[in-house]
Design a protein around this ligand. Structure first.
Ligand code: PMP
Length: 396
């Protein structure tokens, strides 16, 4: 049988790249630094078991029945209330619970992009965001990212020239670099957007995993309804439960996303939403986060000290104050893909920088996940990766 697939089904560069990483992620023999898994030590298994038990016992019929597309109201209320800690006022009616924030990214993109529309992203940016955008064929314009955040001068110029529909930003402990925007960059970038027909789509899966420095304001604080905010429980509680959200203060856009979500999946798993809500009612998320932050601070510091010990002196890496990733810049002429391929052979996969860029290839970068390995695995992995880089340098 000869199937004729749609153009959309053709894998993009990122999907092909991701297939290699995911394969390494599921091989139990390999210790991976290539994925984005939270440390399983931090999973509240017993507490979730208790929450599931209570939900089924006290509210089993509701948990097993169809539910509303927008999501379980008490959970939306919890999410809305938590924005108060960021000096933001969010109403539960402005929140849609989604199947991970990945789905929210898709809902937003599907409702906003026609083929050829201009969309801005940071360069580098989250590879699965590029994958989602590619489904809708926009013109993607990358804006350089520096140690202190997005390049505001470049942003101003691109916005003036291209009149983009929206910009996708990850201002806290970005994936892949671990970098965060300073308050000054947030304020200046907001001035570029203010008063224009550009939405800001702020993705913030790592903001609550800060282990150093002071929090800065969300673009939602600067721009109000001009900013839609993505959030998720994946990195702070459990990615397997697939519960994320979007805060959207644009009523018309919210309605369109709801209609589209209903078409896609009717609603996000209500049992999971109710269990998550019960867990949040019966446990203190901040106590849980304090533990997770302590663990990740230690992991980040340990990985950086191993990099300093084992990598050639010409290598540089970011020093994130939170999140799960750091970004390595390799010596001149060394390609991240060559390091990645060797690292898989040696059983310690790392991820090359290439899929995080829309256009650049064979870049001298690696993304390393520090949250997931044991101290010993991090030590062994960084030693091996350091040797791989050295060998590639010797080969010239
Ligand atoms: N955005 C970013 C920047 C991410 O790193 C991730 C997960 N790696 C997601 C969104 C998606 O997270 P989820 O769908 O699990 O909420």
């Amino acid at each position: 049988m000869q199937l004729t697939f749609s153009r959309r089904s053709k894998p993009d560069f990122q999907s092909e790249f991701l297939a290699t990483i995911l394969k390494a992620n599921t091989d139990p023999k390999l210790v991976t630094f290539a994925g984005g898994n939270p440390n399983s030590e931090s999973f509240p298994v017993a507490e979730m078991n208790a929450a599931a038990d209570i939900v089924l016992r006290e509210n089993g019929v509701m948990a097993l029945q169809y539910s509303s597309t927008q999501g379980y109201l008490p959970l939306r209320q919890y999410i809305a209330d938590r924005y108060r800690f960021s000096d933001l006022t969010v109403d539960p009616s402005e929140v849609i619970i989604t199947n991970g924030s990945q789905q929210a990214l898709d809902l937003f993109s599907a409702m906003m992009i026609d083929s050829g529309d201009c969309v801005l992203v940071e360069s580098p940016t989250y590879l699965a965001a590029l994958q989602t955008l590619h489904l809708y064929s926009p013109e993607i314009i990358p804006v350089p990212l520096h140690e202190d955040g997005i390049d505001v001068d470049a942003l101003q110029q691109i916005v003036d020239e291209k009149r983009p529909k929206f910009i996708y930003l990850i201002p806290n402990f970005q994936n892949p670099t671990g970098l965060s925007y300073t308050e000054e960059v947030r304020a200046r970038a907001s001035e570029v957007f203010r008063g224009r027909n550009i939405l800001v789509l702020e993705d913030n899966p790592y903001g609550e995993l800060r282990f150093q420095g002071e929090p800065a304001h969300s673009f939602g604080w600067y721009l109000g309804e001009q900013c839609c905010m993505l959030g998720t429980f994946s990195k702070i509680i459990s990615p397997g439960m697939r519960i994320g959200w979007i805060v959207c203060k644009q009523k018309e856009l919210l309605e369109k996303m709801l209609t589209y979500k209903a078409t896609l999946d009717l609603h996000t798993n209500i049992f999971g939403q109710m269990v998550m809500h019960r867990y949040l009612m019966d446990n203190n998320l901040d106590t849980h986060l304090t533990e997770a932050r302590k663990l990740y601070k230690h992991k980040a510091e340990h990985m950086i000290s191993c990099i300093e010990k084992y990598f050639p002196a010409e290598c540089q890496c970011t020093h994130p104050g939170g999140g799960m990733f750091l970004w390595v810049t390799l010596p001149d002429g060394i390609r991240g893909v060559d390091v990645q391929n060797e690292s898989i052979t040696w059983g310690f996969p790392v991820c090359a920088g290439d899929p995080f860029f829309e256009y650049e290839r064979n870049v001298p970068h690696l993304r390393l996940n520090f949250s997931n390995g044991t101290d010993e695995q991090i030590d062994n992995g960084m030693r091996v990766v350091g040797e791989i880089i050295r060998e590639l340098m010797e080969k010239g």
